[in-house]
Write a protein that binds this ligand. Structure first.
Ligand SMILES: [Zn+2]
Ligand SMILES: [Zn+2]
Length: 346
């Protein structure tokens, strides 16, 4: 492939995108060009839209990272993918030369570049990325469903680090897009999952997906969890709400020696009841993005239907309509995952 003229959606600041023609370069050695099929709108992308990340992304950035596509061109020295193969991108590029990289924890590299924020992303017809970021997909996997692999990989990482065992009681605090996916992956791993959420629309979606739900604005969450677990409490708690009440609840519902996984990004430093950590020997586990094995796990779960993709994907819009898609996702009380169909013919 030589250079090609393609459509791309540029973030221009002030809650606006411009879809313009641009040039897709040929892949350099070690790179692969992917024809993008779908790209989901992430919570992070909404932060960009709201102007909260202007200093990091600037006003000439193509964002997007929750994507699926097919290999369009392969740079020199790459033998891990074939032309036309269905792929997803694990949007992390590491430095290879810091203490985290040296220890093998490339996903939390001290100089980590997040593709689609620190570099251009997938809201364009052709996206050129380092070959090491690619994961091949089974031929039969639908490319719209495959756009969920990135957020599902987040959930797979969270559940893997929790060391959840079959039959354990799980509470997911916060039933937004990531919370729902954490709940589905935890259930797929054999957990008995309860979702705590205050938003009635999100509660409805969680119930539709077959989860037991508790609204802590209407019921005593701790008492309810104690009733469900025979006064034991939850063996594993995921804090996905990013709120102080969520952080208060995470220690209140936890069983003796429970594992609590911090998934949410908190805007302020929350207060944590350390007394409970001592008294009941609780464990607090930080979990950030994903590692390659989490991607492979996510591909397996999506392929096997362990995540109900059709319920999670609530909207699909064309690339030219990206502005309206962000505006309506921002307003909609019922939307969960909104996809942009970037490649019209894929
Ligand atoms: Zn994301
Ligand atoms: Zn590094």
């Amino acid at each position: 492939m030589t250079e090609q003229t393609i459509s791309a959606a540029f973030y221009r600041g002030g809650k606006s995108f411009a879809v313009e023609q641009t040039t897709a370069p040929a892949p350099k050695p070690g790179e692969v060009s992917v024809r993008v099929a779908y790209c989901g709108i992430c919570g992070t992308d909404m932060h960009v839209y709201h102007g909260n990340m202007d200093a990091r992304v600037g006003f000439n950035r193509v964002i997007g990272h929750e994507m699926s596509g097919v290999v369009a061109a392969i740079g020199e020295g790459v033998d891990t993918v074939t032309l036309g193969q269905k792929v997803v991108v694990r949007p992390l590029d590491h430095c290879g030369d810091c203490p985290a990289c040296d220890a093998g924890h490339r996903h939390i590299c001290h100089k980590l570049k997040f593709l689609g924020l620190d570099t251009d992303g997938a809201m364009q017809e052709i996206w050129t990325v380092p070959a090491h970021t690619l994961h091949g997909l089974p031929d039969e996997l639908r490319l719209d469903h495959a756009a969920l692999i990135e957020p599902v990989a987040v959930a797979c990482h969270d559940v893997r680090l929790s060391q959840l065992k079959e039959g354990e009681d799980v509470v997911v605090i916060g039933g937004g897009p990531i919370g729902i996916l954490v709940a589905m992956v935890a259930r797929d791993a054999g957990g008995k999952v309860v979702v705590s959420e205050v938003n009635p629309n999100r509660l409805k979606i969680a119930q539709k997906l077959g989860f037991k739900t508790i609204n802590p604005a209407e019921a005593d969450l701790t008492a309810e969890i104690n009733a469900i677990t025979g006064d034991k409490g939850a063996d594993v708690v995921f804090e996905v709400s990013g709120t102080q009440p969520g952080v208060d609840a995470m220690t209140q519902v936890a069983a003796t020696r429970a594992r609590i996984v911090m998934v949410a990004i908190h805007a302020q430093k929350p207060q944590i009841d350390l007394f409970q950590f001592f008294w009941r020997e609780l464990q607090l586990i930080g979990a950030r993005v994903y590692e390659p094995e989490d991607y492979e796990k996510a591909i397996g779960i999506i392929s096997s239907g362990g995540v109900d993709a059709d319920t999670v994907i609530t909207d699909v819009a064309a690339l030219e309509d990206i502005q309206t898609a962000f505006e309506s996702l921002d307003r909609s009380p019922t939307a969960l995952k909104s996809l942009i169909k970037v490649g019209a013919d894929l």
